[in-house]
Write a protein that binds this ligand. Structure first.
Ligand code: ZN
Ligand code: ZN
Length: 387
């Protein structure tokens, strides 16, 4: 029998320690696959807690710790992310970023503090049964980290009975847990289209092939396919992120252009269809203008598919922890590479409210609210100690 105090309440002392850790991580942001300092800091934090296994450099800079239960049982994985973003911080508080042009604008510093808090609780009182794996995953923001972790030979053969992750949600009341069966985050891919024509004298564009008109046609026709309606199963979000044409040489008519767009749908199948449509459209425009077209993709995220039984475990844990539970009407439009884990293992990603008036994710003034650290720990801990 585990009492309420021990399962769902984080002591003042531990909360203070986690808050300092979170702020320290916030002040030292590192972007995808460069999370060396962060990984070292987390490793030092975990070593003291004497987990039963502690793997470092997992899939690059990742860390995987294991806490064994007193009896056999399921293997549960809890995942957080190490990486920050290439965004300059606008905040001026004491723990602001000390690295130019880098900051924790997705709250991964807070997610790490929650998993460290969970490690503290498991170190103090091992799970009754099974094994708990805590993963600090690199490179979530570019969609490379989950893939790298799962390809690590030390992880590739592991089997997890269930996998869990949370993400903070600005715009939602602090500590409210938002869940959803099936799709939780969108399928996302980034398409890069390069058009090759022929340069000529700027005075004689007729002697070259300038891709400007094709470029703008491709952008406008592609944008016309957009259907940015999250309540619709056939949602299509198409966002131009970058475009380039020719060079700033005023004697030269441009001979090269490129267009980068992100494409988002609710399912991998729908995204696949949208990709084909955009490709065919671009190919036709390029052919009409006698341009060479090459296409490649980058930063692909599979849709994150939650397993309904695993979501039920989260629902029960939220209730047991005395937190407010809300069901999401539709999935979230961002990409999350946790989708690779839920493709392989039954899992659940859920949201935890960061506050109604908090800046949005990736805003330059965003900061993770420390107040939700204990709630995050409580839900994870209740999933482990559910009886
Ligand atoms: Zn992010
Ligand atoms: Zn994130």
């Amino acid at each position: 029998m585990i009492d309420q105090e021990r399962t769902s309440q984080v002591s003042e002392g531990l909360l203070r320690k986690l808050m300092y850790l979170r702020r320290e991580l916030h002040a030292h942001p590192e972007t995808a696959m460069e999370e060396e300092w962060t990984a070292q800091r987390i490793t030092r934090y975990l070593e003291v807690l004497e987990p039963d296994a502690l793997l470092t450099k997992v899939g690059g800079t990742g860390i995987l710790a294991r806490f064994d239960g007193r009896a056999d049982g399921p293997d549960l994985l809890f995942r957080c992310e190490l990486d920050a973003l290439p965004i300059a911080e606008e905040n001026t508080f004491h723990h602001r970023s000390t690295i130019d042009g880098r900051s924790h604008k997705c709250g991964h510093d807070g997610h790490m503090a929650i998993i460290c808090g969970l490690a503290e609780r498991l170190a103090a009182d091992r799970p009754k049964q099974g094994r708990v794996w805590l993963l600090f995953q690199p490179a979530e923001e570019n969609g490379m980290g989950a893939k790298a972790v799962l390809a690590d030979p030390r992880v590739a053969d592991l089997h997890f009975d269930r996998v869990f992750a949370l993400h903070n949600l600005p715009g939602v009341a602090q500590g409210t847990i938002r869940v959803r069966n099936d799709t939780f985050t969108a399928a996302v891919n980034s398409i890069v289209m390069q058009l090759k024509g022929r340069t000529s004298h700027a005075a004689e564009p007729e002697h070259g092939i300038n891709p400007a008109a094709a470029m703008s046609t491709i952008i406008s026709r592609t944008l016309a396919l957009a259907h940015n309606v999250p309540s619709d199963a056939h949602m299509r979000v198409i966002t131009p992120v970058y475009a380039q044409l020719g060079s700033k040489d005023y004697g030269i008519s441009a001979g090269h252009a490129e267009v980068h767009l992100t494409l988002r749908c609710w399912t991998d199948v729908e995204l696949e269809k949208l990709q084909r449509t955009v490709e065919e459209l671009a190919l036709k425009v390029a052919r009409d203008e006698q341009l060479e077209l090459s296409i490649h993709y980058t930063q692909h995220f599979h849709a994150n598919q939650n397993d309904p039984d695993t979501v039920d475990l989260v629902r029960a844990a939220v209730q047991a922890a005395g937190l407010h539970l809300s069901e999401a009407d539709h999935p979230f439009k961002w990409g999350e590479d946790f989708g690779l884990f839920t493709q392989r293992f039954p899992g659940c990603m859920f949201g935890i409210g960061a506050g109604e008036d908090t800046p949005a994710l990736h805003n330059p003034d965003y900061d993770f609210p420390d107040a939700i650290i204990p709630q995050g720990i409580a839900v994870f801990e209740r999933i482990i100690r559910h009886d």
